[in-house]
Design a protein around this ligand. Sequence first.
Ligand code: SF4
Length: 441
Amino acid sequence: MATSFVSKRAPIYADVPDEKWNDWRWQLSHRLNSAEDIEKVVKLTESERKALQKQDLFRVDVTPYFISLIDPNDPDDPIRKQIIPTSDEMEAFTAMMEDSLAEDRHSPVPGLVHRYPDRVLMLVTTQCASYCRYCTRSRIVGDPGQTFNRQDFEMQIEYLKRTPQVRDVLLSGGDPLVLAPKILEELLTRLREIPHIEVLRIGSRVPVFMPMRVTEELCDMLAKFHPLWMNIHVNHPNEISQELNEATDRLTRAGIPLGNQSVLLAGVNDNVHIQRQLVQDLVRIRVRPYYLYQCDLVEGAGHFRTPVAKGVEIIEGLRGHTSGFAVPQFIVDAPGGGGKIPMMPNYLLSMSDHKILLRNYEGYITTYEEPTDYNPASAAKFKGQKRFEPGQTGLTGLLDGDQMFIKPEGFDELHNRDGIQHRLKDENKWKPHGIGSGETD
Ligand code: SF4
């Protein structure tokens, strides 16, 4: 029989009445943020104390619920490392950036990141229930001075209305579930009024930091805006408590598909056995492991980084060793704004013109005999209208016949060698027949 999930309360909260403990507003207003407060729950190390005394450190705040999950006697506790700063945060490292994913560069209006063709990331608040020490958006998150205002929100809505290619809006921040319920509802209502927006998504760590926020009332409100999906953020099996189990149960009963995004963190979850337990516990609470991210090159997070190979090793230890739907995609979010790039072990060993050589998770090597009579011309035809992806068709555009090559910036100018227009230069000579007409299928 599977073990049951824990429910913990640090000794200093023993006398708090259940009514208060289970009230998310009480949790928010009793967050811990100073060395003096935190020391009442865990004995701080010198490094932690030093960091907590630093003035301009990325914001610290931890809900009583979440800090209670820490083993106070373990300086290596995986939850402790995620939320209590250490002096390692102050160390600079090569390639560190303030905005490593160049999100602000991809923002046509403040707080709206339009990186991919058909979806946007909408940053609706800079506030969170607790603050993760490795946060990718530490440049804005936690800073009340950076909060998005109504004027920003109206500009975001206006942009979405005039951009019909967007069919999927991800609300994030900060954490949308710390917004006042009325504001969140208004936001979702305004988005639902835009006809071309098909799917709404919420990215939230609130169910993990403060599961009591996931009330029946909240779930009923969210259910009015289907299809609505949610990704939560759990990094270690110790974060999966009885309270989180109940919160995800309420969300799934409200018809909200749940996924999990986690970050690969040195000293927290950089171990295949921890990851296997994490993904198996997640599916037990009906949350599908979605992404495992390589830690970004963000200021303050240097000590959390692992080699990319560690993530590949973890996927090697998951794929085939546990249920397929429990295996997340391991992702490097390309520095500079290149977007998400999946990484995995190499299962393709070699190929010939009619056969491929594969290996499985056990090292079993096999061949797959390919058809020799496949006729691409009789492939299924798409009868609908192709989606418009201006400038972003990329490699699929090459395969689909939209264009024949992708050239680095300045390629044509460079190869012109400052030459003159002469009798041998005729553009039509290098125009590939039948490619780029836009009528390929
Ligand atoms: S919950 Fe998300 S946005 Fe908030 S601090 Fe953690 S990683 Fe950053």
